[in-house]
Design a protein around this ligand. Structure first.
Ligand SMILES: CC(C)(COP(=O)(O)OP(=O)(O)OC[C@H]1O[C@@H](n2cnc3c(N)ncnc32)[C@H](O)[C@@H]1OP(=O)(O)O)[C@@H](O)C(=O)NCCC(=O)NCCS
Length: 204
């Protein structure tokens, strides 16, 4: 299957895209970011530098994954101290002496994660497989697999399934299966779907 990439979205050359993905208007995949197959970014959502988004992730509109941070303990929080961007093409700006800036590591989002409208996932955070990030959440800490988190700062509301079912889902890792192997499964019956996937994997 082919990527569906809107003409007004942006993908950095150094980004790694596993087809097929869908990128809607004004969405952006920044430098060295990676995005797994079947995932989509809705309008105006950004996967920032060096961030990872797994397979089968649903990202709503106005979501920021791993927005760039400024220093909090330098003379200033302004980027003039380390970056030539902003106010470019001016002589004084070109010759200005700057220091280094150690960027925080990117955010890592697992497979099958749904991120609601207007959510922000801060850099350095890992969101586990199967998690759901509620609309408007600001995720400041790691999110366990299959947790539903809401609020600012985001807190666990509940888990999608019981602990045993979550472990079985993580073991079966259905996102690594071929799409045709998933066709026709009774998706709305988690117990039966898991049983069928486990049986199919046992016969491989
Ligand atoms: C989190 C979400 C998935 C619902 O999960 P749920 O487990 O069904 O939650 P419920 O609706 O039963 O609500 C449970 C509690 O969480 C609260 N809550 C639900 N969503 C919330 C959110 N996004 N932020 C803050 N609190 C939220 C509810 O007010 C309720 O609080 P209470 O127990 O004090 O009454 C959903 O609310 C959400 O945010 N969906 C995203 C929608 C979206 O952005 N869609 C874009 C298109 S992809």
């Amino acid at each position: 299957m082919k990527n569906v990439i809107h003409g007004r979205s942006q993908v950095a050359r150094s980004a790694k895209i596993e087809a097929p993905v869908r990128l809607e208007r004004f969405s952006k995949v920044a430098d060295h970011a990676s995005m797994g197959r079947m995932s989509y970014l809705s309008e105006l959502s950004t996967l920032a530098r060096r961030c990872q988004l797994g397979r089968y992730c649903s990202v709503a509109r106005f979501v920021e994954i791993g927005p760039i941070e400024h220093p909090v303990d330098y003379l200033s929080s302004h980027p003039f101290q380390y970056s030539k961007h902003h106010f470019a093409n001016q002589e004084a700006w070109e010759s200005f002496e700057r220091c280094e800036f150690d960027e925080k590591p990117g955010a890592i989002v697992g497979n099958d994660v749904w991120i609601g409208l207007n959510a922000v996932i801060l850099r350095g955070v890992t969101v586990g497989h199967g998690a759901i990030v509620g609309a408007g959440a600001v995720v400041t800490k790691d999110v366990p697999p299959y947790a539903i988190v809401v609020g600012n700062p985001a807190k666990i509301l509940r888990y999608r399934f019981d602990a045993e079912t979550i472990q079985r889902l993580l073991d079966v890792a259905w996102w690594d299966m071929e799409l045709e192997e998933l066709s026709g499964l009774p998706f709305n019956d988690i117990e039966e779907t898991l049983r069928m996937m486990e049986q199919a994997q046992a016969h491989q």
